[in-house]
Ligand binder design. Structure first.
Ligand SMILES: CC(C)(COP(=O)(O)OP(=O)(O)OC[C@H]1O[C@@H](n2cnc3c(N)ncnc32)[C@H](O)[C@@H]1OP(=O)(O)O)[C@@H](O)C(=O)NCCC(=O)NCCS
Length: 153
């Protein structure tokens, strides 16, 4: 029953709860080490980027039970702005109740309003549950893979 959950723009008082949810997310993604100070700082930076980023929380009975963040970049292929969906997580006790769908709908509506022509995201190979969820939500796998370099090391 997602009807009682409310999706709204995230704000500074949500940062602690959001950081706690991202700990849950990173536990599923071995590529990322969870550091609460860094995560909180990253979320605060996103909140300050009103023009190029957006953050949503799902709230139920005054409790933050889910979040999603997105950031705009320019795609040369599209010849215009697209967005990366950076974080999406629902509290374990609230999964399977339509909250993830509501959060993705908020992202899609925002993308449409902003004239973004593509949404994209990275997911862990082994996160079958998330990959099934995204498939169900109409997202398609691509041939691209992710590479990274830590400059200066
Ligand atoms: C992935 C996640 C965000 C989905 O959120 P959720 O609130 O549980 O999903 P919903 O209840 O909104 O499900 C939406 C649809 O996807 C389907 N779905 C959800 N999880 C699924 C799964 N594991 N397998 C198959 N379908 C699934 C639902 O059945 C539903 O379909 P329907 O509306 O047609 O009935 C949530 O499970 C989560 O937080 N997982 C851990 C963090 C994570 O992996 N995030 C993604 C990182 S890339």
């Amino acid at each position: 029953m997602a009807s009682q959950a409310r999706i709204r723009a995230a704000a500074e008082p949500d940062l602690e709860a959001m950081t706690g949810l991202i700990a849950r997310l990173f536990a599923l993604e071995p590529d990322f080490h969870f550091d609460p100070v860094r995560v909180r700082h990253g979320l605060a930076l996103l909140l300050a980027r009103e023009e190029t980023a957006a953050l949503w929380v799902a709230e139920l009975d005054g409790r933050v039970i889910g979040l999603c963040t997105a950031q705009i970049v320019i795609s040369t292929a599209e010849g215009g702005p697209v967005a990366w969906l950076e974080d999406l997580v629902v509290s374990p006790d609230q999964r399977g109740r339509g909250i993830g769908r509501l959060l993705l709908e908020s992202v899609a509506n925002w993308a449409t309003r902003r004239g973004l022509t593509r949404l994209q995201l990275l997911a862990d190979h082994g996160n079958e549950a998330a990959l099934s969820f995204y498939r169900r939500m109409g997202w398609q796998l691509t041939r691209m893979i992710c590479l990274r370099l830590q400059p200066g090391e």
